[in-house]
Design a protein around this ligand. Sequence first.
Ligand code: URA
Length: 209
Amino acid sequence: MPSLIVIDHPLVQHKLTLMRKRETSTRSFRNLVSEVSMLLAYEATRDLPLVYQDVETPLGSLRAPLLEGKKVVIVSILRAGDGLLDGILDILPSARVGHLGLYRDPVTLGAIEYYVKLPNELESRDIIIVDSMLATGNTAVAAVDRIQQSGPKSVKFVCLMAAREGIAHFHEVHPEVPLYTAAVDEHLNEQGYIVPGLGDAGDRMFGTK
Ligand code: URA
C-alpha cells in the first residue's frame, strides 16, 4: 500500500502559505524553506531504529536510546533540493549528503541525469531523497531508480509540495517508497508547474528570476 504522508501541522501549513505568496522575498522564502524542511525531516525520521546504551547521568544511570546504525544519507536533487539541506542538517547534523543532477527536458518533461555524487556504503544506509516540488513525478521516479541501483536499506522521498497526478505516477512506479510533503495541489500547467503551487522553487530560493 503506497504511503503518502501530508504534514498538516499548523506551523508547516502557516509557513507554506507564506512561501506561496508572490510578494515573499528571496530571503524570507529561503528561511521558510529551511524551517519547513526541518519539520518535514522531523516527521520523515520518526521511525528510525534505536539502540539502547548504558548511560550515567550526574544523578543516576539508565539504558537510554540512541540512533542505530550508519548515518542517514540525504540525497538532494539539484538544484532546488539544496534549499532543503540546511534545515534538515540542523536536526541531522551527522547525515551524509549525496547529490543527483536531474533536469527536466522542457519538451518531454522527462528527467535527464547530468551529475551523480553519492556517499559510500549506501547498501547499509537509510536514504532520504529531497526535492522542492514533485510535479510530474518523472524526476522523483528517476531519482529513486538511481538510488535503488545501490540497494539501500530504505528510501523515503521528501518534498515541500506535490501535485496529485505526480504522486499517482510516483506511486505507480515506486509504491514501496513513502512520500512526505506539506501540501498536495490539484494540477499542473502545460510547462509542468504546479498550480497554484508557489512558482519556480529554485528561482524563488536562489533569486534567479
Ligand atoms: N518545479 C518548480 O520549481 N515548481 C513547480 O511548480 C514544478 C516544478
